[in-house]
Design a protein around this ligand. Structure first.
Ligand code: ASP
Length: 343
C-alpha cells in the first residue's frame, strides 16, 4: 500500500530560492515541492505539504510553535504514515526535543530536517536531506509498522534521536551530532537502520496523546570562572523561576564557594527544581565523583545524567506543564521518558 507523508514547512534556510529578478532569497511555494525536487516523484509515496504562516527564521521559535506543531500532527495523525518538519537549523534541536516530550504514544516518524544552503541554490544540502527524510518517514518494516516511530533529526546522511541532538557547526553540512547516542540510521547507498537503538512504542495501537500546556518558568545558569552572587542569584532564586538548569563543568562540578552553595540551598528551600547538566558535549553528570559535585547533590541539585541542555529545557517545560507539584516533576525528571538519557 502506498505510504503517505505530510511535509510541514515552518521556515528556515531550506525553503529558500533565488528570486530570478533581484537575486534575493525568498521562501518558495511548498505546494510545488515535486517541481522543485522532482526526485520525490520517484517514490511510491503520497506527499502533501502544509506551510506555516508566517514562515520564520528559527531563531524566532517560541513554544507556541511547538504547540501548533503538536496540534497539527494530532489532527493529521490518522491521515499520514509519517511527518517531515522543515525547520531552521538554529533551534531545531530545541524543537525536536520539546516535541518528543509533548507527543506520547507515538507510533509514527516525525523527522525534522533543514539545510545549510537553500534548496534553490546549486550545491544545496537541502535536497538530499529532504529526500532521505521523506523516505525514512514513509518506511515500514515487514509487519507494516513504522521503521522509526520517534521524533528525529535527519541531517547530512545521519538520523539522530531529536532529544539527543545538538547543532554543533554553523558552517559544515554535518551540522548536527548526538554525542551520547549513536545515529538511529545512516544513509549510504541504502539507508541502514540501527534497530537496536530505535525505540518501539509499548503498543502499536496506542492513541497519540499530546501535551500542549508548557510551563516555561525555567532559567539556564552557565557556571563560569568569575561568576558572582549578583549574576547567579536571579537564575536560582527569582520568584518567577520554577526550575533552573545549572550548566556545570565536566562531570557535574561547580565552584565550591560558600556564597554559591548558600544560593543553591536557598533555592532548594524555596522548592525550586535544580537540574545539573554538563557543559561538555559528551559524557555524563556524576555528582559522586568529586567533592564539588557531591556538595551540589547534598544541597538539593538533581543529576541530569547525559541529557543535553535542549532536551532538559523541553522536558522541564512539558513536565512542569503537566503538574504544579514540584516533587512530582523532580521524581519524573529522574527517569528517561523517550530515550533522552542513557539508563
Ligand atoms: N537562521 C536560520 C534558521 O535557523 C538558519 C537555518 O535555517 O539553518 O532558521
Amino acid at each position: 500500500m502506498t505510504s503517505s507523508v505530510l511535509i510541514i514547512y515552518t521556515g528556515g534556510t531550506i525553503g529558500m530560492k533565488q528570486d530570478p529578478e533581484d537575486g534575493t532569497l525568498k521562501p518558495f511555494d511548498f505546494s510545488q515541492i515535486k517541481e522543485e525536487v522532482p526526485e520525490l516523484s520517484k517514490y511510491d509515496v503520497r506527499i502533501d505539504s502544509y506551510t506555516f504562516s508566517p514562515l520564520i527564521d528559527s531563531s524566532d521559535v517560541q513554544p507556541s510553535l511547538w504547540v501548533d506543531l503538536a496540534k497539527l500532527i494530532e489532527s493529521k495523525y490518522d491521515e499520514y504514515d509519517g511527518f517531515v518538519i522543515l525547520h531552521g537549523t538554529d533551534t531545531m534541536a530545541y524543537s525536536a526535543s520539546a516535541l518528543s516530550f509533548m507527543l506520547e504514544g507515538l507510533t509514527k516518524p516525525i523527522i525534522f530536517t533543514g539545510s545549510q544552503l537553500p534548496i534553490g541554490v546549486p550545491r544545496t544540502d537541502g535536497k538530499e536531506n529532504l529526500i532521505s527524510s521523506v523516505e525514512i518517514a514513509a518506511e515500514k518494516d515487514e509487519k507494516g509498522h513504522a521503521r522509526v516511530p520517534e521524533v528525529c533529526i535527519f541531517f547530512d546522511s545521519k538520523l539522530f534521536r531529536g532529544n539527543r541532538s545538538t547543532k554543533y557547526s554553523a558552517e559544515a553540512f554535518d551540522a548536527f551530532n548526538s554525542p551520547n547516542c549513536p545515529p538511529l540510521a545512516e544513509a549510504g547507498i541504502r539507508i541502514r537502520y540501527n534497530t537496536d537503538v530505535i525505540l518501539k512504542p509499548t503498543s502499536w495501537v496506542s492513541t497519540l496523546r499530546i501535551y500542549t500546556h508548557l510551563d516555561t518558568r525555567v532559567s539556564i545558569l552557565k557556571i563560569h570562572p568569575g561568576i558572582t552572587p549578583v549574576v547567579a542569584r536571579p537564575f536560582l532564586c527569582a520568584p518567577e523561576i520554577r526550575a533552573c538548569i545549572i550548566e556545570t563543568y565536566g562531570s557535574g562540578n561547580a565552584l565550591s564557594s560558600e556564597w554559591f552553595l548558600d544560593l543553591i540551598r536557598e533555592a532548594d528551600h524555596m522548592g525550586k527544581i535544580l537540574l545539573n547538566v554538563t557543559q561538555c558535549k559528551s559524557g555524563t553528570v556524576n555528582m559522586d565523583l568529586y567533592a564539588t559535585g557531591t556538595t551540589l547533590k547534598h544541597a538539593g541539585v538533581l543529576s541530569g545524567g547525559d541529557i543535553t541542555t535542549e532536551a532538559a529545557l523541553g522536558k522541564l517545560f512539558a513536565l512542569m506543564g503537566r503538574s504544579d507539584n514540584n516533587q512530582w516533576v523532580k521524581t519524573a525528571l529522574a527517569h528517561p521518558i523517550c530515550g533522552e538519557t542513557s539508563e
